[in-house]
Ligand binder design. Sequence first.
Ligand code: NAD
Length: 296
Amino acid sequence: MTRIAFIGLGNMGGGMAANQARAGHEVLAFDLSAAALQKAVAAGCAAAGSAAAAVKDAEAVITMLPAGQHVRAVYHDEIAPNARPGCLMIDCSTIDVESARVVGESMGKLGFRFADAPVSGGTAGADAGTLAFMVGCAEPDFPDMEALIGPMARTVIRAGDHGAGQAAKICNNMVLGASMIAVCEAFALAEKLGLDPERFFDIASKSSGQCWSLTSYCPWPGPVPAAPSNRGYEGGFATAMMLKDLKLAQEAAARAGAATPLGAQAEGLYALFDRLGGGGKDFSAIIELFRGKPPV
Ligand code: NAD
């Protein structure tokens, strides 16, 4: 049993903290939202009055926060001044690579073991404890990180040192954003050319156009029953979240001097779809843009 401080109990963190409590750990939870905190208590966590109070006696800290500025502030102002020496710290938020590196380095200098460990798998994966974690940490720290992540995960992979987890996450999601757009464009063109979209799926899924966006998450309703396209693009991975990740990728590319023209196009198209009102819909709903329809 490990005493874990869990900070950030929103759509993702709530389920993740509940899985740590279910695994028999003592979870000291904190969120600025009283409702989120109450939900965590109902799931077996103990409520702390602040982030500082949560980390005071904890052996490990897990955070799941909205963005880089929240992570920097919580680690520098609340966690670092109050945590026990040697404390294991895992930030699972999706944030900019630079913030992950800065926080990782400063926690390291203070004698803490830190990992950036963003996740893939959405709220369903968070609730079920089946997320994929991409971990950026010092190599000797990885076995302890992996053990702590265990109850929340199906897959845990070390990407490299501090910041590498975030780098893996945004590179993966840039592939996803661009490949979804390519698949959506192809369905829209197939439709205009009078090709039966379901027949196109049968052919492309067995040809060189095959990819995850087509065969596991098809934006055209029908061929993949579990895909959000079959439920009006509700649930799934919101356009606004995809846009956030594509912006992070562009920010990282500009900083690194990398050419990512398709990533830039994908960001622009998701920003447009968001402005048209599609932000709350699953990201595969962008097919409506190419079919000349307003957001569904
Ligand atoms: P959310 O907005 O539901 O939860 C964030 C929580 O952090 C909120 O409850 C908020 O009150 C809390 N918070 C903010 N500042 C705080 C502070 N200073 N102290 C304590 N609590 C604070 O967001 P979410 O959907 O749970 O996403 C969290 C992170 O996970 C984000 O970085 C997101 O990009 C990433 N992510 C989300 C998904 C998804 O499908 N929702 C998938 C993968 C990754």
